[in-house]
Write a protein that binds this ligand. Structure first.
Ligand SMILES: Cc1cc2nc3c(=O)[nH]c(=O)nc-3n(C[C@H](O)[C@H](O)[C@H](O)COP(=O)(O)O)c2cc1C
Length: 312
């Protein structure tokens, strides 16, 4: 799971020069840098110590980063700054966010966590998780604050405090929902509706992120497919790339019969587990393809867009 960063690689670089670069730094900028260098990875970050970035260089870099970057856009900026090294690392590691739309930590929570565990252990993915259990999830009230101001959502709840950032961080999402009344849960739908606000702020915020769905119902055929279909439609509407698991077993996504027995019920559903593993494999393959393709595009744009007076 993604932890709050405990290993600021950029501090390693600059502490070797005897500078405490945290002092006097705006906390916001500190955070951007921390995440950015974590994104590059320790090995590549260390390489920078041999390059021409000195202390005045990093100060200039920070100033530019702060001007050109808001917290949601920092990755693009760092791509432009560090080019090849970072692209190479990014193509190898992918970031997956799991979301459980159940108000309990039972069947859906188990399934989404299980998918993330496989993603980490089998595919080397970095993961993060958001459970709806106990969270403040306010309905969209169609006030159009987000459309008028382009400043995000008027609500200040756990979606705005926690989930938006995770969504933007991830390259791929796994949305899991219990089946309620033949479709997805109200919690899952609320999360989707609230995405309107950050898309209003930046219409391309989710562009080319990859997504899959998981649904578990108490009945064998209780509405799992309509629930997953709604999740896939959400991805399409938000310019993401939806994936299923392929024919002969997985089809639209991870599909489970919980028999209303929570984690125990779904873990006994071997066909469901097969559909989950197959869909997850497609998610990982597609995400790697997309990342590889987009790093090529970044590489082309880098030479055109990086201003000459940026960090030397
Ligand atoms: C309000 C409500 C509506 C439900 N409607 C359905 C349904 O239409 N079809 C179905 O198969 N199961 C239905 N269920 C059962 C849940 O989908 C099932 O127990 C699920 O595995 C619960 O997931 P959880 O353990 O993650 O909360 C419903 C449960 C609730 C609370």
């Amino acid at each position: 799971m993604r932890e709050p960063s405990t290993c600021p690689d950029w501090l390693i670089i600059y502490s070797e020069k005897g500078k405490n670069t945290t002092s006097g730094l705006d906390q916001h900028v500190y955070w951007i840098l921390l995440i950015a260098f974590k994104g590059i990875g320790r090995a590549n970050a260390k390489k920078f110590k041999n390059q021409s970035l000195n202390y005045s260089g990093i100060k200039l870099f920070i100033q530019k980063a702060y001007q050109h970057t808001d917290i949601f856009e920092y990755r693009r900026y760092f791509y432009l700054q560090f080019g090849g090294d970072m692209q190479e690392t990014e193509a190898k590691s992918i970031r997956i966010l799991g979301i459980s739309g159940s108000p309990r930590n039972m069947a859906t929570d188990f399934l989404v966590r299980e998918a993330l565990k496989i993603a980490e252990e089998k595919y080397g993915a970095e993961t993060d998780y958001f459970s709806s259990k106990g969270k403040r999830l306010n309905f969209c009230i169609h006030c159009d604050f987000c459309i008028r101001t382009k400043e995000g959502c008027i609500h200040k709840d756990d979606i705005s405090a926690e989930l938006y950032d995770k969504m933007i961080w991830a390259d791929a999402w796994i949305i899991g929902t219990p089946v309620y009344q033949g479709t997805l849960s109200a919690q899952t739908k609320t999360i989707m509706d609230r995405c309107r606000a950050i898309v209003a702020k930046n219409p391309k915020v989710f562009l080319n992120k990859v997504g899959m769905g998981i649904a578990d119902g108490g009945d064998r055929i209780g509405g799992q497919e309509p629930a997953i279909q709604t999740i896939l439609n959400f991805y399409v509407i938000n310019e993401m790339i939806p994936v299923g698991g392929g024919s002969f077993g997985a089809n639209l996504g991870g599909t489970f019969w919980s028999k209303d027995k929570g984690a125990e019920g779904v873990s006994e559903d071997s066909e469901g587990m097969r559909s989950l593993r197959r869909t997850l494999k497609r998610l990982v393959q597609t995400t790697k393809l997309v990342k590889k393709a987009s790093s090529g595009i970044e590489s082309e744009t880098q030479s055109l867009e990086t201003p000459k007076d940026e960090v030397k």
